[in-house]
Design a binder for this molecule. Structure first.
Ligand SMILES: [Zn+2]
Length: 403
């Protein structure tokens, strides 16, 4: 009897003191990340995240910050297969399953290869595993299959950097990180779990520029990287401690307007933006600026207007008051001024007046276009009348057709 008890105790103590496997250790971290995120507990979540890389940590901080807005209803991080130790890090494939109240379909899932870094006997989450290319003032991190796109991005980066920096008259004091995804849900999840709108690119203060696609053409990269790098330069204006708060306080249309203007080489309003704004004016659909200002409350059916109406106004400010005034206007907003104060101080005019002048200009452009169109129609009518008169004369002059 005694012997049996002892044997049982030995067996159970062997189990109790068995070294946990790497899988078990990583699962502890992953489970703790999930439970703290489900509880919208940012501090607890970040205790499991590695802070050795600034961009990654900032992205994870912003991810966790948005849990307070909409926490997930479902969130699981599960190991797929066996993790491995590679150069002292743990590498694992994980399956992420999640859902949020603003998503009206079944749970979303993604499979992602991730890293963990050991710190005081605990494995900390260190984000996705990426392949990497480095260039002058840039690091390109990319998912499998995007090697050629990454090389293309590296090739055209100096041109993009120069063009956008010229328009802002400023530069970054650190290399810009670019992350290239192939999965839209993975990109959305990396921003925050409740992100549901499709997107082509993303940038927030001190974060990487994120892109998604399977094969990025040079033309696409030029447009999307120019746009996102303009955001990065805007976000770099204030001190880092207030960058996130200021980025959200400055109207969304100002951010997208300047980014679109940068992408289009700081050229004046014409072409697509001009036609679109005239079209909205005709239909009475030009939006009030306050309805295009808050990223979280703008009606998704007006997202296009945030960019195009915004581009038109920022370009109008640039053309009317000059690029130095436009730069100072955006800088003072990023430093803390309201749109009203910045307009008064940097442009020397009340914002309400600028808006009214702009609407008058759009309305005059529409009238001018209508007048030109009417004149063109009259001209064409006269020409066709002249043609048919000539035709009649010819006909009657032709004896074979007479009578
Ligand atoms: Zn943008």
């Amino acid at each position: 009897m005694i012997t049996e008890l002892t044997a049982a105790a030995v067996v159970s103590s062997t189990i109790a003191f068995a070294e946990p496997t790497l899988s078990e250790d990583l699962s502890v971290t992953l489970d703790a990340m999930a439970s703290s995120a489900l509880a919208a507990d940012r501090e607890a979540y970040l205790e499991h995240v590695w802070d050795g890389e600034k961009t990654l940590h900032q992205e994870q901080w912003a991810w966790a910050k948005d849990l307070a807005r909409i926490a997930p209803d479902v969130l699981r991080f599960e190991l797929v297969g066996e993790p491995a130790i590679v150069d002292g890090e743990a590498h694992a494939d994980i399956k992420i399953t999640w859902n949020t109240e603003n998503w009206e379909s079944h749970d979303r899932t993604i499979d992602v290869p991730v890293r963990f870094i050991e710190d005081n006997g605990k494995w900390l989450y260190a984000g996705r595993q990426w392949a990497e290319l480095e260039g002058d003032g840039v690091r390109v991190l990319y998912a499998d299959g995007l090697g050629e796109s990454a090389i293309r991005a590296l090739d055209i980066w100096p041109e993009i950097k120069q063009n956008v920096e010229e328009g802002f008259k400023r530069t970054l004091d650190h290399p810009q990180v670019i992350k290239m995804y192939t999965s839209m849900p993975e990109l959305q999840f990396s921003i925050f779990p409740a992100y549901v709108e499709p997107l082509g690119g993303w940038n927030e203060p001190m974060e990487s520029i994120k892109l998604v696609g399977f094969d990025f053409s040079a033309g696409h990269l030029r447009a999307v990287l120019g746009h996102e790098y303009a955001h990065a330069l805007t976000f770099s204006i204030p001190p880092e401690e207030i960058a996130v708060e200021r980025a959200h306080a400055v109207p969304w249309w100002v951010h997208e307007g300047i980014a679109e203007l940068a992408t289009q080489g700081f050229t004046p309003n014409r072409g697509r933006a001009q036609m679109a704004v005239e079209h909205w004016h005709r239909r009475g659909e030009l939006q009030a600026w306050e309805d295009l200002s808050d990223f979280y409350t703008v009606d998704p059916s007006h997202y296009g207007q945030v960019y195009v109406q915004g581009r038109h106004m920022v370009s109008y400010v640039n053309d009317t008051f000059g690029d130095d005034a436009r730069i100072e206007w955006i800088e003072s907003m990023m430093m803390g001024a309201t749109l009203e104060d910045a307009s008064e101080q940097s442009l020397g005019k009340a914002w309400s007046e600028i808006d009214a002048d702009w609407r008058t200009l759009v309305s005059e452009a529409v009238e001018e276009r209508d007048r030109a169109r009417a004149a063109e129609e009259v001209k064409q009518e006269q020409e066709s009348d002249a043609d048919s008169n000539q035709g009649t004369k010819k006909e009657s002059a032709d004896p074979s057709k007479g009578g």
